[in-house]
Design a protein around this ligand. Structure first.
Ligand code: NAD
Length: 265
């Protein structure tokens, strides 16, 4: 299926690897020009080369910066040869907050989580959404977490901050921008095979004294699909949400999780 978005410009954050990279890959394969961002310049450059090799007819620009900082966001909106703030597609993403016990978290821990996983996406939306509406087309996809729908006890910072974003988006998506061709949806990853998941399993292995492979097996056995998702699968869903065909779908929370969430709705 031709998604009808070739030639458009996308900003994909946290895209040197993992889910962000999966989204950038799917968009580049659809002929979308991308500005990709991550903190580490070397990994970002390597990712850009891989993306460019997939489609030599699109532009792949990189901005190595921390997207949770105002300077980082200013940098992605002023990258030479980029579209400025005139992105057609924005995929918001940044690292998730650390696990822990809420009794140990100070105000600064909460502010950091809210900054990264709620206020940063809102700032990116604020900078781009009115331009999208004026041009009559826009797609915003926030990478959040299955924890928004089914909270994970040790990820209280993530449960809280991301749910704040979800509530905000629910209102904004249904405001005047909906009639101007702009959609905003959230993608809630279940368990996807990325470095982030590997880090979580390593921590669990260290804490429990169990073998890493046993932890992986036990975790995947809980998923009805009996496996973890891949960044490519995640990226394909993201690209569809960014398509012309998905224009009537807004304010939704999409949960790719291999059936892990138990609920009729
Ligand atoms: P990952 O560690 O594989 O990749 C994260 C990417 O984001 C990297 O490119 C990293 O450089 C970049 N990044 C991190 N912080 C950044 C910042 N401040 N500024 C710019 N770039 C930054 O992680 P992932 O598995 O792809 O996860 C992406 C998001 O999805 C995270 O917020 C994570 O918590 C969430 N999530 C992932 C899973 C999963 O199963 N993988 C499940 C639920 C939620």
């Amino acid at each position: 299926m031709d998604l009808g978005i070739a030639g458009k410009w996308a900003l994909v954050c946290g895209a040197s690897k993992g889910l962000g990279f999966g989204c950038a890959k799917a968009l580049v394969q659809e002929g979308v020009n991308v500005v990709i961002n991550a903190r580490g310049a070397e990994a970002l450059q390597a990712a850009a080369e891989q993306l460019q090799a997939l489609n030599t007819s699109v532009q792949v620009l990189t901005v190595a910066c921390d997207i949770t900082q105002p300077e980082g966001r200013a940098a992605v909106f002023s990258v030479p040869s980029g579209p400025g703030k005139d992105f057609d597609i924005v995929v918001t993403n940044a690292g998730g907050p650390p696990p822990g016990d809420f009794r140990d978290w100070e105000r600064a821990d909460w502010i950091k989580a809210v900054d990264a996983n709620m206020l940063t996406p809102i700032e990116l939306i604020k900078a781009t959404v009115d331009g999208m509406a004026a041009r009559g087309f826009g797609r915003i996809v926030n990478i959040t977490s299955s924890a928004v729908k089914a909270p994970i006890d040790i990820l209280g910072l993530s449960n809280g901050a991301r749910t704040g974003l979800t509530g905000f988006v629910a209102g904004l998506a249904r405001s005047g921008i909906a009639a101007k061709g702009v959609t905003i949806n959230n993608l809630l990853p279940g368990k996807f095979d990325t470095d982030r998941l590997a880090t979580t399993f390593k921590a669990a292995a260290a804490k429990s004294g169990k073998e890493l492979e046993d932890i992986r097996k036990a975790q995947s056995a809980q998923i009805p699909a009996r496996r973890f998702g891949t960044p490519d699968e995640f990226g394909a869903i993201c690209a569809f949400l960014c398509s012309q065909q998905a224009g009537y779908m807004t304010g939704q929370n999409i949960l790719p999780d291999g059936g892990l969430y138990i609920g009729t709705f």
